[in-house]
Design a binder for this molecule. Sequence first.
Ligand code: ADP
Length: 159
Amino acid sequence: MERVAIFPGSFDPFTVGHESIVKRAIPLFDKIIIMIGYNSNKRSFFPVEKRETWIREVFKNEPKISVECHEGLTVDFCKKVNARYILRGLRTSADFEFERAIAQVNKMMHPQIESVFLLTMPEHTPVNSTIVRDIILHGGDASKFLPAALNMEDFKLKK
Ligand code: ADP
């Protein structure tokens, strides 16, 4: 049976931390679907279509990786695409507590699913989308925190 994993998140925006987790997981799975979760009632910083385009660009030469948008429960998306694994990254003990609850609830809702966690690379521990958004919002240089394949002009907000 094909080992299909999903990597769910809001990726607003997708950072070097996310990229590293996905790349390191490639040898573990036959297919990884990056699932951009969105809520049409909540405002995001970057439109979901842009986030999708950027992530596709990062992995355009990686046949095992695909990108999809989903509104709703992650376990429902797993059922839809026949994924048995949920990939997540762990930075801190706070991440662990948060991820533990989500993974255990997901397991209660869909017992066939296993959550798989990769520890962040030490240099990516402080990187999170909220801080990167703040840098962009205030006109700072966020290039260190964004995948190298992306055009940094896209992250300069027009004033
Ligand atoms: P969410 O909307 O669930 O907070 P995020 O886009 O922030 O989604 O993160 C998606 C996944 O990527 C989560 O498992 C998160 O812990 C992980 N992640 C985010 N930033 C990093 C990083 N710098 N290093 C490793 N994992 C990360």
